[in-house]
Design a protein around this ligand. Structure first.
Ligand code: CP
Ligand code: NVA
Length: 305
């Protein structure tokens, strides 16, 4: 049976195992060891939106694991001329050993996964960004050594990244707080799911309106852009609403002195975060970006070996 990872919920049972495998693969890589468990395997990567980290880390990851990745843009494929996503999934499955898909719509993501006979990995859609969160958790583990009892505060839009983070934090037992304006909360269905998992693990989950109150004694402060890809029409309104939620030097002054700052990147410097925060010694953003590579290698070995 093929296994897809469309949501963080799809890694609930073996999240720690995946993170451990990622750490082990990272160590092998750093020591110069050649490790090619995916020799002769191919990953097809469909991108409906731009990408720097996701594209490069998956492609390099496949190369390092002995395999190959193909970048596919819908506008260069027959998808752009109306071939259905279901047929695209069926055809790709006859050639490749796994599909990574960055999509506008979660429903189309599910349609692709339903019709593919090889594993499908969500490389971001409008609801979740699970591979980002695998890298984020690996980064927190490396910087803090543990998860339980950490105060994780997400400041900003309750978007795809926030949804997956709430689930991931609940699974590893971190206390998760989100500071967001009314109307910009995480997806209600996933928030409830995360709440149940957090309750099982004895961790907290709360929506707080005031970012200053939320970040008090935080171990981790995380933010993302206010305007996600595809939301360009809402840009003016959102930029205005989220101005109060900027992660700046004054705001992070309320966190623990050894807090770490995280951002999935790309950052809109001067908007959701200031240069002073992204470039501070507390910032872990480039470790986080690097860990996309190691975390996804762990995931691909799990799904495609
Ligand atoms: N964080 C992230 O997914 O970055 P890209 O859009 O560059 O892939
Ligand atoms: N929330 C952002 C994340 C980018 C990696 C977006 O969807 O554009």
């Amino acid at each position: 049976m093929k296994r897809d990872v469309i949501s963080m919920l799809d890694v609930k049972e073996d999240l720690n195992e995946i993170l451990e495998l990622a750490s082990e693969i990272k160590k092998r890589q750093k020591s110069g060891e050649i490790y090619e468990p995916l020799k002769n395997k191919t990953l097809g990567m469909i991108f409906e939106k731009p990408s720097t980290r996701t594209r490069i880390s998956f492609e390099v990851g496949m190369t390092q694991l002995g395999g190959h990745a193909i970048y596919l843009s819908p506008k260069d494929m027959q998808m752009g001329r109306g071939e259905t996503i279901a047929d695209t999934a069926r055809v790709l499955s006859r050639y490749v050993d796994g599909i990574m898909y960055r999509a506008f719509s979660h429903d189309v993501m599910l349609e692709l996964a339903k019709n593919a006979t090889v594993p499908v990995i969500n490389g971001l859609d409008d609801v979740e960004h699970p591979t980002q969160i695998l890298a984020d958790l690996l980064t927190i583990k490396e910087h803090k050594g543990h998860f339980k009892g950490l105060k994780f505060v997400y400041v900003g839009d309750g978007n795809n990244v926030a949804n997956s983070l709430a689930l991931g934090a609940a699974m590893v037992g971190m206390d998760f707080y989100i500071a967001c304006p009314e109307g910009y909360e995480p997806n209600a269905y996933l928030w409830e799911k995360a709440g149940k998992i957090a309750a099982e693990n004895g961790s907290a989950m709360e929506i707080i309106r005031d970012p200053h109150e939320a970040v008090k004694d935080a171990d981790v402060i995380y933010t993302d852009v206010a305007v996600s890809m595809g939301q360009e029409a809402e840009a003016e309104v959102k930029e205005r609403i989220f101005r109060k939620y900027q992660v700046n030097e004054k705001l992070v002054g309320n966190a623990k002195p050894d807090y770490i700052f995280m951002h999935c990147l790309p950052a809109h410097r001067g908007h959701e975060v200031t240069d002073g925060v992204v470039d501070s010694p507390n910032s872990a953003v480039f470790d986080e970006a690097e860990n996309r590579l190691h975390a996804q290698k762990g995931l691909m070995v799990k799904l495609m070996k």
